[in-house]
Design a protein. Structure first.
Length: 226
């Protein structure tokens, strides 16, 4: 087991013992700022779709986080992330490329990280768990392919329950629950992914969360991610 896995498991156990919420959460209660992103989803999509000529220069997830090669480099198909912000550290050139999204991210204090996720046709992200229940994952569909039944072809299996997030649709979820993703189509799937600060935590966990978030942001700067 890697050092990352050991640390992630230790942090996960600490938070799991104190926080008991379901895999999917209501945005109105846990991320009210989501409404601003939904309202602007088509503008965000248009900005994101203006990037295709640069997609091949957008790093794959395992190139950003080598410890995640098992879920990113597993099948030879791409999962690329255009990162605008990572745990408080903004990527200035990427923010400049998406001004509307950048404005929303900068003016929503609970948004810790923001990225545009490009999932290649046929890509499978294997079952895994996030490390840190102090942060929630927000997903907004931007350009999602559909299957023969007219459903979003990309599937998120979260705690063994399937979720299909279509264009302009959102999902706020806890990525410390086991999850995996398939793009069951011959087209790229594009979504906005935000990591947002979890509210309603005990005071000591809020303090610990701030420290963890600051340390991850510092590592991102040292590695040149931001």
């Amino acid at each position: 087991m890697s050092l990352y896995d050991l640390l992630a498991n230790a942090v996960r156990r600490l938070y799991d013992a104190r926080i008991d919420t379901p895999p999917v959460l209501e945005t109105t209660a846990y991320f009210p700022g989501a409404a601003r992103f939904v309202s602007a989803w088509s503008e965000i999509r248009d900005e994101a779709l203006s990037l295709p000529e640069r997609v091949q220069s957008i790093p794959r997830f395992h190139e950003i986080m080598p410890a995640q090669a098992e879920i990113s480099a597993n099948d030879g198909k791409d999962w690329r992330l255009f990162i605008l912000k990572v745990y408080g550290a903004e990527v200035e050139k990427n923010m400049a490329a998406c001004p509307k999204l950048a404005e929303l991210v900068s003016s929503t204090p609970d948004v810790l990280s923001a990225s545009l996720s490009f999932l290649a046709p046929g890509k499978h992200i294997p079952r895994h768990r996030g490390p840190f229940r102090g942060v929630l994952r927000y997903q907004l569909g931007l350009s999602v392919p559909f299957d023969a039944q007219g459903r979003p072809a990309a599937v998120l299996a979260l705690n063994d329950v399937e979720h299909r997030v279509g264009n302009g649709q959102q999902l706020l979820w806890d990525d410390t629950y086991p999850h995996e993703v398939w793009n069951n189509s011959d087209q790229m799937r594009l979504v906005l992914l935000l990591d947002v600060r979890r509210p309603h935590m005990p005071f000591d966990l809020r303090v610990l969360s701030r420290a963890l978030i600051a340390s991850v942001g510092m590592v991102a700067r040292v590695r040149g991610v931001a």
